[in-house]
Structures are given as C-alpha cells and as structure tokens.
Design a protein around this ligand. Structure first.
Ligand SMILES: *[C@@H]1O[C@H](CO)[C@@H](O)[C@H](O)[C@H]1NC(C)=O
Length: 223
C-alpha cells in the first residue's frame, strides 16, 4: 500500500514538473518570439475553421453540396444545407480536419507557430444594426470550442503558439470563398459601418478571451 502511494506520488510530481516545465517554456518561447530572439517557424492551418472547398475537397462538410455552391464558401454551403444537415457535417469537419495529433506533428517537425484563420461568425453574436444582424446564425455553431482547444490545450501541450487570422469579415472583404461572402463576388465589408463595427467587436472579443493564454501570440486582421 505504502509503496503504491509512493509510486503514485512520484507519478503526480513528475507529471506536475513536466506540466509546469512545458508551460514555462511556452511563455518563454512567446517572449523570445515577440522579442525577435527566436524566429517564428510556422504553418497555416487553412480550411479548418473557415472551410474552403479547394483545400478541403474530401471533407464531410461538403457532403451533398454541389461544387458550384461549395466553391462559394461556408455561408453558401450552410445556406444550402440548413442546420439539420449542415451542423453535424461541419462539426465533423472541425473535429477531424485538424486534431491534437497535427499539433504534435507540427511540433515534432521543429515548428513553433500555427496561423488559424477564423470567420466573424465564430464569436456567436452580432451586436450591430441593419438588415443583416442574423447572418452569423446561418453558420454551424460551435467553432469557438475548437479555437479554445487549439489555444488552451493543444498549443500548451505541444509548445505551439497560435496566431489568429481574422480572415472572413461580415459582408465579405473580397467576395472570394475565403471570406465566405453572402453575395458571392461582392465585397460589402467597407461600404457598411455596421460590418466594420462587427469586425471590431469580434476582434475585441477574441483578444479579451485569449489575452492571458500562454499560447496566444496575436492576431492578423483581414489577411
Ligand atoms: C459597435 O456598435 C455597438 C452598438 O451600437 C456598440 O455597442 C459597440 O461599442 C460598437 N463597437 C465598436 C468597436 O465601435
């Protein structure tokens, strides 16, 4: 009995040593990357939280969606599928397209950073005005859980820093599939103050949510 307790304690203390070591080194890594002492070596995880057909052709997200619709982005695909079919398909996509195993392999390959494109709908609210305050509701909910996992669990577990790319703005900044336009081909972001306001609210929300996380390196805006 005593011996088992001893082994258990040893295990617990080794576990906590390795846990604190990895957290300390992640914070240190972040500082050194920000100070320019260590280069940020990274990879882009495109197509995951903003699904783009050309990068994710075999994904369950697009099951039953004709190519000409899927090629217009996530909004068009979800509008076509509806929540009953689309939510489980997009959830399966998010659950399987990028997993903790990818973070492990990225780390083993000698990299220290990932870039994660997200869309305005990930925050799950729109406090603006105008005729389009419900467009975020067309998307499958729950994307934020995966961003949480990446920043709060997988990054710290594998010493990977995360750059969020605010990649798809309400109204669309370029009309292309990567910004998930409601009217494919139209870029209606800058013409409408409410869309710009929505972007600022979303970016503020993400900054407040992750500012104290060791793995959160920062954000790109519309890049
Ligand atoms: C956006 O508009 C809402 C509602 O008018 C306001 O509460 C919010 O502060 C605005 N956000 C920004 C970043 O200006």
């Amino acid at each position: 009995m005593q011996r088992q307790t001893c082994i258990l304690l040893l295990f617990v203390s080794l576990f906590s040593i390795s846990l604190s070591a990895s957290i300390a080194s992640l914070a240190d890594l972040k500082k050194q990357v920000i100070d320019g002492k260590i280069p940020s070596r990274g990879v882009n995880l495109g197509g995951w939280l903003v699904a783009e057909k050309w990068m994710t052709g075999g994904s369950p997200a697009w099951n039953g969606v004709p190519d000409d619709i899927a090629n217009k982005g996530e909004y068009s695909a979800m509008k076509y599928l509806g929540h009953e079919k689309g939510d489980p398909q997009f959830d399966e996509h998010r659950r399987t397209f990028i997993t903790e195993q990818d973070f492990k392999e990225i780390s083993e390959a000698g990299m220290n950073t990932v870039r994660l494109p997200v869309g305005y709908w990930i925050v799950g609210f729109d406090h603006t005005w105008g005729s389009d305050v419900d467009s975020w509701k067309v998307y499958a909910p729950g994307g934020l859980n995966y961003l949480d996992k990446a920043i709060r669990e997988w990054g710290p577990a594998h010493n990977i820093l995360v750059l969020i790319s605010f990649h798809a703005a309400k109204g669309s900044q370029n009309g292309n599939d990567n910004s998930s336009p409601e009217v494919p081909g139209e870029a209606d972001w800058f013409g409408y103050k409410e869309n710009v306001n929505n972007s600022l609210d979303a970016v503020e929300f993400l900054a407040a949510r992750y500012k104290d996380e060791a793995a959160f390196l920062g954000k790109f805006f519309l890049s």
